[in-house]
Design a protein around this ligand. Structure first.
Ligand code: G1P
Length: 287
């Protein structure tokens, strides 16, 4: 199984980060000195993805601009001080083919993924939700791809959450443990109430999906929040007899679509830069 394509659903309005998102897509929020989308695409490239399908709504011209080469700017700063600050995104853009696909109606995550059906074709592919930033030496998507290849199955990334958090996530129901951190699922439920949750393992934004998901998405009715949910479509794939696995990915994960998660991600990144570590620790001690 060769996985070289990934979908990045980026059509959301970013309401949790208003008013910032009035003018700038949340995918361009800065995480230390790079935008969130740069971490996402880097994670994909590190996992062997060469073709990305970015699902956007209306126009996010600044997102497209950020992901295009800027030869004039490159020429203007060549040999100058800031050159290295531009080079990491330019290198990444040269490694990835990024196609923008418009989602004309805000019908949900499942509907957004369905938008890339023609482009993906009949192969397994990755999905990266750009709100979820995962820091780890081995890219989270690469961890999933390794498992999908070993077991020839759909694999979803999960992490344990506190019981009072389950209603913010898709939650998985476990059939059996296959290996440490890896389980086969008997079901999945989108944003259950605390007392209905079948486990505390929450879906976090990385998936390797079989192409059968597209037929399933076409049949999926609006679910939680009145939206066509990817979680429900994966449940249909499972019902049709395919094995669906969940893996507790290694790495620290932040929901950077909220100010709190964004701040935490920045602090973790800052603490990784030796020149900043002491300054941050001393500042925090003051309070
Ligand atoms: C989406 C998925 C949900 C998952 C979450 C992870 O929800 O539908 O299953 O747990 O991403 O971030 P959203 O956060 O878009 O409402």
């Amino acid at each position: 199984m060769h996985i070289h394509q990934a979908i990045i659903p980026a059509a959301g309005l970013g309401t949790r980060f208003l008013p910032f998102t009035k003018a700038t897509p949340k995918e361009l929020l800065p995480l230390l000195n790079k935008s969130a989308i740069e971490y996402i695409i880097k994670e994909g490239v590190d996992a062997g993805i060469t073709d990305f399908y970015m699902i956007t709504s209306g126009n996010k011209p600044t997102l497209a601009k950020y992901l295009q080469l800027a030869p004039e700017l490159e020429a203007a700063i060549a040999g100058k001080k800031g050159e290295h600050l531009l080079s990491s995104i330019s290198t990444l853009i040269r490694q990835a083919r990024i196609e923008f696909i418009n989602q004309d109606k805000p019908l949900g995550l499942g509907h957004a993924v369905l938008m890339a059906k023609q482009q993906i074709g009949d192969t397994y592919f990755g999905v990266l939700l750009p709100d979820d930033i995962i820091f780890n030496a081995k890219a989270a998507l690469a961890q999933l791809i390794g498992i999908a290849q070993t077991y020839n199955a759909t694999v979803i990334a999960v992490q344990e959450v506190e019981p009072d958090q389950v209603s913010s996530y898709g939650i998985v129901a476990i059939k059996k443990e296959i290996a440490p951190g890896l389980v086969e699922l008997s079901g999945l439920v989108e944003k259950p109430a605390m007392h209905d949750a079948p486990s505390h393992l929450a879906i976090i934004g990385r998936y390797v999906l079989s192409p059968r998901i597209f037929n399933s998405l076409e049949r999926t009715q609006a679910g939680s929040g009145g939206e066509i949910q990817l979680t429900d479509a994966i449940q249909h794939v499972l019902n049709s007899g395919e094995r669906v696995l969940a893996y507790q990915v290694e790495g620290s994960r932040y929901d950077i679509g909220t100010p709190e998660g964004w701040l935490q991600a920045n602090i973790e990144l800052g603490l990784q830069v030796p020149e900043y570590t002491n300054a941050i620790k001393q500042m925090v001690k003051k309070f």
